[in-house]
Design a protein around this ligand. Structure first.
Ligand code: FE
Length: 202
């Protein structure tokens, strides 16, 4: 498969999964003004954890899971928490790339869509951002935590909504998890760790 086919398949499978889910569509409609753009590939170790994960199985979204993995060598993996005190163990294992957004194969002025992957037994500490956000589980399961709410274990097709600047965290147990994540506003402010102690030096 060439790059264009891989990315078009990624967009189609993302759109199908998103549009089938009424909670995703209630959060924000899938945009009809999506533009293809060049992406600069950037590798992170987490890409290997995703590619090698034999336990990642999706019953409802197998095409989307395959498309996300097939695109993994062509995309720009994000290092959202580089320079924080989160540590190399997390940085090597936590996977995220943009499907629609900056440094992504597609852009839209109305929506950002990311993939997030976590192997088993990983804790994603408390973080927050001004963008309202929704997670949809594509494969596996995880415990979703958000401030002032009980923990929820979510699996395929289930969603978690995070209000603007509401701290949230995630944890995988025996299963890995693969999610689609959407933002519909406040695109320019990245997530920060709620309890980060390290002051970044620029
Ligand atoms: Fe978030």
């Amino acid at each position: 498969m060439n790059k264009d086919t891989i990315f078009q398949t990624l967009l189609c499978t993302t759109q199908n999964a998103y549009c089938e889910n009424t909670e995703m569509m209630d959060f924000a409609p899938f945009p009809n003004n999506i533009i293809s753009q060049e992406v600069t590939p950037y590798y992170c170790k987490c890409s290997d954890y995703l590619g090698d994960d034999k336990r990642l199985i999706s019953n409802n979204y197998p095409e989307l899971q395959k498309a996300i993995i097939d695109a993994s060598e062509l995309v720009h993996w994000r290092e959202t928490y580089k320079g924080t005190d989160i540590g190399d163990y997390f940085m090597d294992r936590f996977g995220c790339y943009s499907i629609i957004g900056e440094n992504a194969p597609f852009s839209s002025d109305a929506l950002r869509v990311f993939m997030v992957y976590m192997p088993p037994r990983l804790y994603y500490p408390w973080h927050h951002h001004p963008a309202e956000e929704v997670y949809m589980v594509v494969s596996g399961s995880a415990t979703f935590k958000k401030k002032d709410c009980p923990d929820e274990v979510l699996s395929e097709g289930q969603v978690a909504f995070h209000e603007s600047n509401q701290p949230h965290a995630m944890e995988t147990k025996d299963d890995p998890v693969l999610c689609l994540v959407a933002w519909h506003d406040n695109f320019q402010t990245p997530p920060v760790l709620t309890l980060n102690t390290k002051i970044s030096v620029r």
